[in-house]
Design a protein around this ligand. Sequence first.
Ligand code: F6R
Length: 259
Amino acid sequence: MKILILPDAQSASRRVADAITAQVAKKPDSVLGLATGGTMEPVYTDLVRRAQSGGCDISRVTTFNLDEYVGLAPGHPQSYRHFMTERLFAPLGIRDEQTHLPTADAGNCDQVAKDYERAINEAGGIDLQLLGIGHNGHIGFNEPTSSLASRTRVKTLTERTREANSRYFREDEEIPRFAITMGIGTILDTAEVCLLAVGDAKAAAVAAMVEGPVSARCPASALQFHRKATIVLDEAAASRLELRDYYDTVHPGGAETGL
Ligand code: F6R
């Protein structure tokens, strides 16, 4: 794992936008794995700004999002499809046909999950997977005790996750109980991952992911088995890491000069 600690949330999200820009410059038709959530918003805003000022062209990518709520139609304002269209796909000129989310209702989840795995394989696999992390250590919606070998499937959301995501729903709206998510095995198969975590509310989950034992108790700890994982943190999210001196020695200030 490469641990990059940046001074603040803004420079950390800029660093992740740099990674995506570099990937697309190297391979314009990259297959990108994308995430939603508050952590990703500044990354996507930055990418749109860069593309609109001519700094990069991200219009030729194929994308696969990590997850989607079961039962929310693509047009639903709280669906992840809507989130992605508003914040990234439409502003960057990425057409619907280039993008994939596991949109399903209760009746066809298993088929949608199977088709999703097949579509990822047919696209040649994911070149770069973007990840956030939940307070409980989830990646995608792989909640604690998820199989570390899991593939795309339905998961029941924890109450903690539903509560964390309730900020996106109106008070009179029911927060979905189920989501379809890429599995941990699916994420481990990607060529490269870049996980972004900012703020002290993520510090405990980050410490468990990076320095804890590999355990389904903290699904993100499975990334210790990933061949190429970069963890981008701000100072607050890094505040509970015990081997901090080492990360600073290898990558001072989050610089990538170290080996
Ligand atoms: C969403 C996803 C989740 C989020 C995580 C953090 O597609 O995969 O794992 O990355 O819940 O969410 P925020 O960034 O809102 O704290």
